[in-house]
Design a protein. Structure first.
Length: 321
């Protein structure tokens, strides 16, 4: 029987993972406003900025200022991403509420994206974890390309398990698996999560969702059934394509609006109101000049269909065979 949890922790990555990949600059004022808008909405974890070198990720060159200006609400976690040890020091100085490390399982992609080998990247993440630990800052490791890589194709379970295991052995018990572009299938997702939970007692795993293959909702169910601890999306489905050519299709983050609505209708508590999330997505889209990629904010809801039926007394009754 499919396991559906009573509640699920959600993370919004739009201010960092979303905005960093946009082909345009978003002002510091708008970044701060976006983070505050997500806070007001009730999002429990907001990924604020990356402390990558400004020459590498120019859209994040104001990370310190954004962290200094956001209105921090007690109980909300404000996450900062650090790609290396230098970035970790900056993140600590900025007083991030949670530090995010990063590796991709694919050696080819790690070299392309971070100019390191996987062994070097693992060591960098462990050093960052130690720094965060000494500073009293929670640490989570992002394991990207955990299922499929545009350079290498299908990623073997053993490769992802090896990376997760190296982090686990170093004491990193909170990690998430990222589809990165959304080519994974639900059987793969469920199998890999189950293997990791069985092999590494006490580990906490999240799922960072993309939807290129159109199987995101099935993958979400597969991850929840396996016991995943949290889910990550982005309001409006902003960005998240990493360095992958957008000509292959929609590779953005899975829209928070669709995620919240789906879970709400399944009876899974998130602490977020689907209607308010949709309203916020429209405000954000208008202010930032970003297209909304979600079904719920651009399509119809159950309420819309019911209203249409109620408003049309001549609507014919259809008998389903």
């Amino acid at each position: 029987m499919l396991h559906i949890p009573e509640k699920m922790l959600l993370v919004d990555v739009a201010p960092r993972d979303g905005l960093q990949s946009l082909p345009k600059w978003v002002s510091t004022d708008d970044k701060v406003w976006l983070c505050d808008r997500l806070t007001d909405l009730g999002v429990p974890v907001v990924e604020v900025a990356s402390f990558a070198h400004p020459k590498v990720v120019p859209n994040m060159r104001d990370a310190e200022e954004v962290f200094a200006r956001i209105k921090r609400k007690p109980g909300v976690v404000y996450r900062g991403q650090a790609p290396n040890v230098r970035g970790a020091h900056r993140a600590i100085e900025a007083k991030v509420g949670e530090m995010l490390g990063l590796i991709t399982v694919s050696e080819t992609y790690t070299h392309h994206n971070q100019n390191m080998t996987n062994a070097e990247c693992v060591e960098q993440n462990i050093q960052m974890f130690r720094l965060a630990e000494r500073a009293g800052i929670p640490f989570v490791a992002a394991v990207g390309m955990a299922f499929w890589c545009p350079y290498e194709g299908l990623v073997k379970d053993e490769a992802t398990i090896d990376i997760v295991g190296r982090f686990y052995a170093a004491g990193i018990k909170r990690q998430y698996l990222a589809g990165s572009i959304g080519m994974e299938d639900p059987a793969h997702v469920n199998r890999l999560f189950r293997k990791l939970y069985a092999k590494f007692p006490g580990i906490e795993l999240g799922f960072h969702i993309h939807n290129l293959s159109g199987m995101a909702t099935a993958n979400i169910l597969a991850a929840m059934d396996a016991g995943c601890h949290w889910l990550e999306g982005a309001i409006c489905g902003i960005g998240g394509g990493m360095a992958i050519p957008t000509t292959v299709g929609e590779v953005g983050n899975f829209p928070l609006e669709d995620l919240v609505a789906m879970l709400d209708e399944m009876g899974v508590k998130t602490g977020l109101d689907p209607r308010k999330v949709i309203e916020a997505s429209k405000e954000i889209s208008k202010r930032l000049g970003i297209r909304i990629a979600s079904h719920r904010a651009t399509g119809c809801t159950r309420e819309d269909v019911m209203r249409a039926g109620a408003d049309n007394p001549n609507n014919p009754q259809v008998t389903m065979a």
